[in-house]
Design a binder for this molecule. Structure first.
Ligand code: HEC
Length: 448
């Protein structure tokens, strides 16, 4: 009885399967909707992760950094399939997997020669979508302020440098008034930092995929005294080395460069991270350099030799920031895995403590007396502080007064009396730390 049922099923099923396999897969009705649902967010025309766009057949044939995405007629040999089945890593789409029968549809389309049906209608649909996106972008650009991606107080506490779109605004933190705009960058400025002696201000940025740059101004005259160019992609972070006229820079190009500021020459190239370097910090005595990378590690280097002292791997996702405590005893790391870790300098095997947030942690700052650590995040609340000693929350700031948006940049005033935060909504907020009350909120350059 059993056998015969099975046999019957088999007899019935085989021709059905054969027929299903023979059916031509439609590019416009099956492949495009699949790619749009699972892949286009990261592999679109003009937004090509790993240089790969999947918006049309020529783009797939051209492929990405590792070569063509598809080989017509050969589904199993096509990267598009291999990355989805896990035959090649990393898994695509990242962190999820697609049901095998769905992958099989795409594989059959490639096996059948990757034929494109109905290009006209599709192209029109995409063109329409692109127009809408362009209109939205234009509307957005017209009234929304650019995000704040970096903040730094001058060592005397009298100035606050704010990194924005194409420029750095120099603001008086006591009034919120913008005193000066330092222009010259082709795109968003990614970081700002005063030299430890307060004489110079440096800011970083660049042209994506082409060139990174750092501009340096004299704080006294606000004249630009130099530009550091050497990275092949945008510079994301910079740090002045205490006691030496050196700047370290980190870039999308995965490199860390150390520059002699006087000659504007690279004195060291640190090729250690396997992915983008997002953050940098020197220890207060200038002997160590810490870095944060999308390869999920933070590293500590001997600042003099560039040799690695330690690799810190506790985070499950990109490390976005690093900061040494001003007393040199601790290092904090911040990550896209929504965690922050506190390390005792010299004890690099395990962090002393971890702090969980509800969103990625983008920025770190220490109170000048090293008593507390401050973090800006994409979570709720977006701005948090912890006591170094026991990890408990420090000097709470009224949560209702915080930005509802992601906080990308934080800074503590040198007297330790106020804290500043800025982020996606383009506003800078300043709180007094005695009472946790918000003192000021402004968009640089937009105050009346
Ligand atoms: C959340 C973003 C994201 C999504 C969604 C995504 N990818 Fe990717 N993809 C990446 C990243 C990041 C890389 C580069 C990985 C690396 O180099 O380590 C990549 C690389 C690839 C590569 C290799 C390209 C090359 O030549 O370097 C292929 C092929 C690929 N993805 C296919 C797909 C397919 C097919 C889908 C949909 C099923 C998809 N991806 C969805 C982020 C994404």
């Amino acid at each position: 009885m059993r056998l015969s049922t099975l046999a019957l099923v088999a007899i019935l099923a085989i021709p059905l399967l054969v027929r299903a396999d023979d059916r031509l897969v439609s590019y416009s009705r099956e492949v495009v909707p699949f790619l749009e649902e699972h892949c286009i967010a990261c592999h679109d025309d003009g937004f090509e992760t790993s240089d790969l766009a999947l918006h049309d057949l020529p783009a797939m044939l051209k492929g990405g950094r590792r070569g063509p995405a598809i080989v017509p007629g050969k589904g199993v040999d096509s990267a598009l399939i291999q990355f989805m089945t896990g035959k090649k890593q990393p898994q695509m789409p990242p962190k999820t997997s697609i049901a095998l029968d769905q992958i099989d549809v795409i594989k059959r389309w490639i096996d059948q020669g990757a034929k494109v049906d109905d290009t006209g209608a599709l192209a029109a649909k995409r063109e329409q979508a692109r127009k809408i996106a362009a209109q939205e972008a234009a509307a957005f650009a017209s009234d929304a302020p650019p995000p704040v991606t970096g903040l730094a107080f001058s060592p005397d506490g009298k100035l606050l440098a704010v990194a924005g779109y194409k420029e750095v605004a120099i603001v008086d933190p006591a009034t919120g008034k913008t005193r000066r705009h330092l222009a010259g960058f082709p795109e968003q400025v990614t970081a700002v930092a005063f030299s430890p002696d307060g004489k110079w201000l440096a800011a970083s940025g660049g042209t994506p995929g082409r060139q990174g740059e750092v501009r340096i101004w004299s704080v006294e005259s606000w004249s630009e005294i130099g530009v550091l160019r050497g990275h092949a992609d945008t510079v994301l972070a910079l740090a002045w080395r205490p006691g030496k006229n050196q700047i370290a820079t980190a870039s999308l190009d995965k490199l860390i460069l150390v520059w002699d500021v006087d000659s504007a020459k690279v004195v060291r190239t640190i090729k250690s991270h396997a992915d983008i370097v997002n953050g940098l910090a020197y220890s207060p005595d200038g002997t160590k350099l810490a870095s944060a990378s999308s390869d999920k590690t933070a590293k500590v280097f001997n600042a003099e030799t560039g040799l690695q002292i330690a690799g810190l791997s506790t985070h499950q996702d990109a490390v976005l920031g690093v900061a040494f405590s001003p007393d040199g005893k601790h290092l904090a790391t911040a990550s896209a895995d929504r965690n922050m870790a506190l390390w005792k300098v010299g004890e690099w095997n395990n962090p002393l403590r971890g702090f969980g947030h509800t969103g990625p942690v983008y920025a770190l700052a220490w109170r000048p007396d090293s008593s507390s650590l401050w973090a800006g995040s994409g979570g709720r609340p977006s701005f948090l502080s912890y006591k170094t000693q026991d990890g408990n929350r420090a000097a709470p700031i009224d949560e209702g007064s915080m930005s509802k948006d992601w906080v990308y940049a934080v800074a503590l005033s040198p007297d330790g009396q106020s804290a500043a935060a800025g982020g996606w909504d383009g506003k800078v907020l300043i709180w007094g730390l005695k009472d946790g009350k918000k003192q000021r909120e402004f968009v640089p350059g937009k105050e009346e």
